[in-house]
Design a protein around this ligand. Structure first.
Ligand code: NDP
Length: 330
């Protein structure tokens, strides 16, 4: 039974050396427990934060202990009346091929409703993050301009499509021309900006958002956030969802001071942690499944094969190798 432990707390960009593989006996479920076989593992940028020994909204991983993330698993054996053999479940689980759990915090997923991987993506925390970030902070109005960074990724590609459903002009920022083409052609974004080749991001945002930015959904932080804030409109809303451009930095670079424009334009800039809105997950999933059924939302996934490739798939997020949700199939 293979398992992956955190060997070192990464300094800067994580490497394969920071992960340790080990092999152990497959556990036997006790009374009240279920035995799970891992099928799909979600790798996510926020896991980088849990590798630091710092208090945050979620506790750090312990050294030499298994890493955990969102996982879809199959129930192989059940001694818990709430689950039966053959059920599929979703939960925050350990990077192990097999594991036993009590069932607390584990949800059943219905394979007939959508392909299993979708419960890690658009019908999982990814889609819920995009939906609730916009719902709770963005409060989009028809005709407004929505700017999204990380637009070719899991959360960003859904956020942009929700903007289109709400009747907004949507502009996405991503790291390659291929991703820019995809967000326009597949996901219906009106315009895209490649931040890696842009000569002057602030100016390009201004050109592509001639009416300014009403809502900025930020997945990346840093200089892209600076350039977006310079274009924010009166009563603009900024959703601070993620700051991947800073996750591997040991020292956070100083930027321009945005308070002038934020005050002048009465801008709301608010941090967002999806887990703080757990009571709203049910209605969010209901709306997202409706849109999915009606084909109003499309999703894309990068599926990597093999348990041994989980660490590499995680590292690849920081190189922009994923198109949409990054998932490892076991
Ligand atoms: P993505 O699918 O967007 O994958 C990460 C993407 O980030 C890469 O594909 C890459 O695309 C981009 N990226 C990597 N490095 C940089 C960089 N230095 N500057 C700019 N872009 C970079 O991941 P998710 O959709 O899962 O997550 C997106 C963000 O949302 C993350 O910051 C994550 O932490 C956050 N998040 C927050 C949640 C919350 O509750 N607040 C919940 C879920 C996610 P490219 O080719 O464009 O560079």
């Amino acid at each position: 039974n293979k398992t992956i432990l955190l060997k070192n707390r990464p300094k800067g960009k994580p490497t394969l050396e920071d992960f340790q593989f080990s092999d152990e006996e497959t556990p036997v479920p006790a009374e009240g427990e279920i035995l799970l076989k891992t099928l799909y593992v979600s790798v996510d940028p926020y896991l980088r934060g849990r590798m630091r020994d710092e208090g945050s909204y979620i506790e750090p991983f312990k050294l030499n202990e298994p890493i955990e993330s969102g996982i879809i698993a199959e129930v192989i054996e059940s001694h818990n009346p709430n689950f039966k053999e053959g059920d599929y479940v979703n939960g925050t689980l350990k990077w192990k091929e097999y594991q036993t759990v009590s069932g607390h915090g584990i949800n059943k997923v219905d394979k007939n409703l959508a392909p299993l991987t979708v419960f890690l993506g658009v019908l999982g925390l990814t889609g819920i993050t995009a939906f609730l970030g916009l719902e709770k902070i963005g409060k989009l109005k028809e005709g407004e301009t929505l700017l999204v960074s990380g637009a070719g990724g899991a959360v960003g590609s859904i956020a942009g499509q929700i903007g289109k459903i709400k009747g907004c002009r949507v502009i996405g920022i991503a790291g390659s021309d291929e991703k820019i083409n995809r967000i326009k052609q597949e996901f219906g974004f009106d315009e895209g900006i490649n931040y890696k080749t842009s000569q002057d991001l602030q100016k390009e945002i201004k050109e592509k958002c001639p009416n300014g930015v009403d809502v900025y959904f930020d997945n990346v932080g840093g200089e892209i956030l600076d350039a977006a804030l310079a274009n924010i409109n009166k009563f603009g809303r900024v959703i601070l969802c993620g700051a991947i451009s800073l996750y591997n930095k040991s020292e956070i670079p100083k930027g321009p001071r945005p308070e002038g424009i934020l005050i002048k334009n009465s801008v709301l800039m608010q941090g967002f942690i999806v887990r703080d809105y757990a009571k709203d997950f049910g209605p969010a999933i209901k709306t997202l499944s409706g849109w999915l059924r009606e084909d109003k939302i499309k999703y894309s996934e990068t599926i990597v094969d093999g348990f041994e490739n989980i660490p590499q798939a995680f590292l690849d997020l920081f190189e922009g190798k994923n198109k949409g949700k990054m998932i490892v199939k076991i």
